[in-house]
Every structure is written in C-alpha cells, then in structure tokens.
Design a protein around this ligand. Structure first.
Ligand SMILES: *Cc1c(COP(=O)(O)O)cnc(C)c1O
Length: 357
C-alpha cells in the first residue's frame, strides 16, 4: 500500500516496531519519563516558552479542539473563528455546543485571510481567535504571523490548530504569539491515530485554572495536575504515546523540527514539479507543505481516488461534500519518498493513457 492521504499515513519502521510490542502498565516511573520526554520535545519543536505546559489527550484531534474550547473559553468570551473549510466549520459547531459567542470569518474556498478582512473586526470586543492554521480540507495555509500580530494588537487569545501543519510548515509559538497550539498523532507524527497533544502558554493556562469546566474526561485542570509527574488522569493510549516517543526521538536525531519541515517541503515540491503536464489545477492560493489540493479538469476527483485505490493500491485523499467530484488531495507526510511520488505520477499517467483522465 502507498498512502498519500492526510492521515493516518505510513509510519516509519521504528514506530511500527514499538507498535508491535506488548503495551506496558503505565503507572510507573519509566512511563512517566516517556511522557515528560515527549513534553520536552513538543515544547522544543514549537519553540514554546519555558513556562508552557503540554497535555496528551487520548482522542483524535477533534478532542483537543473541544478540550481547548471548553477549558479556555466561557460564554463571556467573544471569538473570531476562521471558517474556511470543514475543520474551521467544526470550530463553529463546537462554539455552538458550548455556548461560546463567535463571529465566523469565511474566506472563499482556496483563499486565505487578508489583513483587510481582519481589520473589520478591530476594537469590537473580541477576546480570542480560533484558526486551523492549515485548513486541511481545502489545502489553504493561513498566515500565522499576521493572525498573531492582529491578536496581539487586540489583546486576544490566539488558538492555533496546527494538527496537519505541525512539522510540515514553520511554526514558532513565541514568534507568532500563539497561546495554544495543538496537533494529532496521525498527521506528520505518522503514528497511529488516538492521541492529540495540546501546548498551552501562560495566558491560556491561567484561563484554564480560573474557568469552571463541566467535563470529566476533557478537564484540563486534572490533566495538568497529572502532567506534572508525567501522568494522565485516566488510562491513556499508552501504546501510541510510546510510538510518539520513538518518533519524536527520531526527528530530534535527524536534526530537529526544521529538518523534518525541510524534508516534507522537498516531497511537496518534487510532487508539484512532476504533475505539471497532468490535467490538474492546484486550487489553493496559499499552500502548506503538507498537502497539494488538486482539481482534475478532465475527470471526477472521486473516480480517480477509487481507480488508484482499487487498481494500483495507491491511496490519495478524496474530499467530501460538494467538493467530492471536483477536488482530491495528495499528502506529503509520513514515511514516503520521492520515488513514491514517481510511482503515483506513473499511475496518473497510466490512467491518462487509458483515457480515464
Ligand atoms: C485532521 C485534522 C483535525 C482533527 O481530525 P480528527 O479526525 O479528529 O483527528 C482537526 N483539524 C485539522 C486542521 C486537521 O487536519
């Protein structure tokens, strides 16, 4: 199987090896050390301030989106939400469920958010901004620095869902002024799905401590108290946390976050060069290294996805909803190489020679 989706993606051999081991009991010094090491690597890789804290949530990325909304904000807040695709829209649904007032900013599909669009909301009492810095559904990377500068000028909390962007695009928590950054195990970390990771800065932490939160499983106060000693309130996905440890160590050994970002950027550029002759249009004006969103001009995107899966054993990522036939995405992260790009491009060319695209 060759997997070019946006997660789960192909894992490296070291991660697969630990995934094949028995899962150990976890209330131990050894496991606490694994968690504390994961925390240190996460802080290093996003350049978090020293006093930032990291929590590991057992649940996919959406669990962290919800945990942040429930623990950091209350009905007294007034948020701006960038709703540029299905993940941005999920933030608005979470705000609805938890009664957090918000205004949605809706850039057109494939387009980013500009300073002009934001300036409309200046000095109107907004207290925070929620953004999926790479809107994975449409392949648009927003400008983290510009959004951060806006939040700073307005005294707003800046929440960055970097689930598919962490380790694919540069992101410096201190430089952009993010209060919260979170990611998930099945994207660039290329481990099994099931863990999401939240890095919280000082301002977000004081919100968590002062807010009353009606949840047991996603209570970040409880998670933070346990995290002090490298533990979690409940049985976490122990096996995946061990996979993450192997993977974070591997990234560190290879040269750190920037080396991984560079590797993915090379994968992306290589793919984008190799598809120049194919009848595909790139549909984002601001690309992440993580994903290339493509509109096939001669065939249904969903049909191409099915053909590749069924006849070639290659997985690209279909889109849902009204983009099902018009857009598919190719992910550039996980254990893939430029030779794998060749295999994919050859399959596209084969479909072309058969008159399918
Ligand atoms: C993958 C992803 C999520 C979370 O999805 P889950 O299926 O809950 O892991 C959230 N936001 C973005 C930007 C994503 O790419």
């Amino acid at each position: 199987m060759l997997n070019f989706t946006v997660g789960p993606v192909m894992s490296y051999d070291d991660v697969l090896a630990v995934a094949g081991e028995q899962v150990p009991y976890f209330r131990t010094q050894e496991f606490s050390e694994t968690i504390l090491e994961n925390e240190a690597f996460m802080k290093e890789f996003v350049n978090a301030p020293d006093n930032a804290k990291v929590v590991f949530i057992t649940g996919s990325g959406t669990a962290s989106m919800e945990a942040v909304i429930m623990n950091v904000f209350t009905a007294k807040d007034k948020l701006l939400v960038i709703d540029g695709g299905s993940f941005g829209h999920r933030f608005t649904q979470l705000c609805d469920i938890h009664h957090i007032p918000y205004t949605a900013i809706k850039p057109e599909c494939g387009h980013t958010v500009t300073t002009d669009m934001l300036n409309e909301y200046q000095n109107k009492g907004y207290t925070g901004l929620l953004v999926n810095i790479h809107e994975t559904s449409t392949g648009v990377l927003y400008d983290a620095q510009m959004l951060g500068d806006f939040c700073k000028s307005q005294g707003m909390l800046y929440i960055v869902d970097a689930i598919s962007s962490f380790l694919a695009d540069p992101l410096d928590m201190q430089k952009v002024g993010a209060d919260v950054i979170f990611t998930g195990s099945q994207k660039v970390l290329a481990c099994a799905p099931g863990i999401s990771i939240i890095v919280l800065g000082e301002r977000a932490l004081s919100r968590v401590w002062e807010n009353e939160t009606k949840t047991m499983y996603l209570d970040l106060k409880d998670a933070l108290r346990n995290a002090e000693r490298g533990q979690t309130p409940f049985t976490p996905a122990v096996g995946i946390l061990r996979q993450i440890n192997v993977r974070l160590r591997q990234i560190k050994r290879n040269g750190g976050a920037n080396t991984e970002i560079e590797r993915i950027s090379i994968q992306a550029k290589d793919f984008r060069n190799k598809i120049r002759e194919l009848p595909f249009e790139i549909v984002s004006e601001s690309l992440s290294n993580a994903v290339t969103p493509l509109h096939p001009t001669t065939a249904s995107a969903y049909d191409i996805f099915l053909q590749l899966k069924d006849d070639y054993g290659i997985w690209i990522c279909p889109n849902g909803g009204d983009m099902k036939d018009s857009i598919f995405r190719v992910g550039h992260f996980g254990a893939q190489t430029t030779a794998d790009n060749d295999t994919l491009v050859m399959a596209f060319k084969d479909l072309q020679s058969k008159g399918i695209i």
